[in-house]
Design a protein around this ligand. Structure first.
Ligand SMILES: Nc1ncnc2c1ncn2[C@@H]1O[C@H](COP(=O)(O)OP(=O)(O)OP(=O)(O)O)[C@@H](O)[C@H]1O
Ligand code: SF4
Ligand SMILES: [Mg+2]
Length: 328
């Protein structure tokens, strides 16, 4: 679990309110998870000491903006142990909670099962009622959304864009575009040909939200849901590619993906491979050999010409704004 770097204590009213919110959350979390607590009385769930310990530790870590690593046996109920404190604190402090998973199966479990349990509990306990209307959404990359503008253009120019065999896929997308409410690629079964989807998805350098209405743009609607959500579910791969592309808050604001967010990484044992994919460099003996031969080839005795002047490249941070817009 990772959290933003704490700010220096400001001593103002908002810091006092935040401390009160954290204290109230810790008390409520204790009342939920202890023996004969709300989980047992309102939902007839079991008292699980390991789960209680984890939930209390999560509430304290999120409240104090501290990092926490939890390793616990399978099936003890880790999801509820971070979702319940996280949802309370996100709403109390108006800071978004981001939960990242490795698998789609876990995203579905959280969205369809665990969040329902949280909502039922919040509704069942009078003290928790104000928290029952939380908003949760799943964040997916923009290439997963249909762009109606590009679809209209692709329809007009299909003869130049695709070979005849792909026209059926385009027709299928047109039919579906009239029915879908989310415009998400995963709804299209079987998936369309890669080239067709590439021509009609929302990941385009020509995208300009100012010229399109949110009423017709699936991506803008999804982005607006993400901005309002108390809980955003994401997968590790997208999270790390967004961080790598500089999609986080502007330079001085704290937060990982959104200003002032809390981030929980579930299935965290998969983080090293995902982080390596996005931040690492790969080196193979074949690639190294090829690069060295490009410099000087012993058989052909060819070598690279000396550069006549030094090439200057902008620092990667300089293209942050462009990338931010492209990805998010
Ligand atoms: N206190 C509880 N009493 C009864 N069932 C619970 C309780 N807490 C969670 N559960 C249920 O236990 C099951 C396992 O929960 P969960 O998936 O969160 O476990 P986990 O610790 O994350 O396991 P894994 O390591 O396999 O991911 C779920 O069906 C969940 O609804
Ligand atoms: S805002 Fe971008 S994604 Fe949305 S309809 Fe317009 S061009 Fe397409
Ligand atoms: Mg789990």
């Amino acid at each position: 679990m990772i959290g933003p770097v704490p700010e220096a204590a400001s001593g103002d009213n908002s810091a006092l309110l935040a401390r009160k919110a954290v204290a109230a959350t810790k008390v409520r979390v204790a009342k939920m998870f202890l023996a004969d607590g709300w989980l047992q009385t309102a939902l007839k769930l079991e008292h699980r000491p390991g789960q209680e310990r984890m939930a209390r530790a999560v509430a304290a870590a999120l409240g104090n903006d501290e990092a926490l690593i939890v390793e616990a046996g399978t099936g003890i109920g880790k999801s509820l142990a971070y979702l319940l404190p996280g949802l309370l604190l996100a709403q109390e402090t108006k800071r978004p909670l981001v939960v990242s998973t490795h698998t789609i199966a876990l995203q579905e479990q959280i969205f369809k099962k665990d969040l329902e349990i949280c909502r039922t509990l919040f509704r069942a306990v009078p003290e928790l009622k104000p928290f029952a209307d939380f908003l949760a959404t799943v964040l997916v990359g923009r290439a997963n959304y249909l762009c109606p503008q590009r679809l209209a253009r692709a329809l007009q120019t299909r003869a130049d864009l695709f070979e005849r065999a792909l026209h059926d896929d385009l027709e299928r997308i047109v039919d579906w575009s009239l029915k879908t409410s989310d415009g998400l690629l995963e709804e299209l079964q079987p998936p369309p040909h890669y080239d067709v989807w590439e021509a009609v998805n929302a990941d385009s350098s020509s995208c300009n939200p100012k010229t399109c209405s949110p009423d017709t743009c699936f991506f803008q609607r999804a982005r607006s849901r993400v901005r309002k959500a108390h809980l955003v579910i994401v997968n590790h791969s997208l999270l790390f590619s967004l961080i790598h592309a500089g999609a986080g808050p502007e330079t001085d604001a704290r937060g990982i993906l959104f200003p002032d967010d809390f981030v929980v990484l579930d299935e965290a044992h998969r983080i090293p491979e995902t982080a390596t994919d996005h931040f690492g460099a790969r080196l193979s003996s074949f690639g190294l050999d090829r690069a060295l031969h490009a410099l000087y080839h012993p058989k052909t005795r060819k070598r690279l010409p000396r550069p006549t002047r030094l090439e200057t490249r902008p620092h990667p941070r300089h293209d942050r704004p462009r990338r931010r817009q492209t990805l998010f």
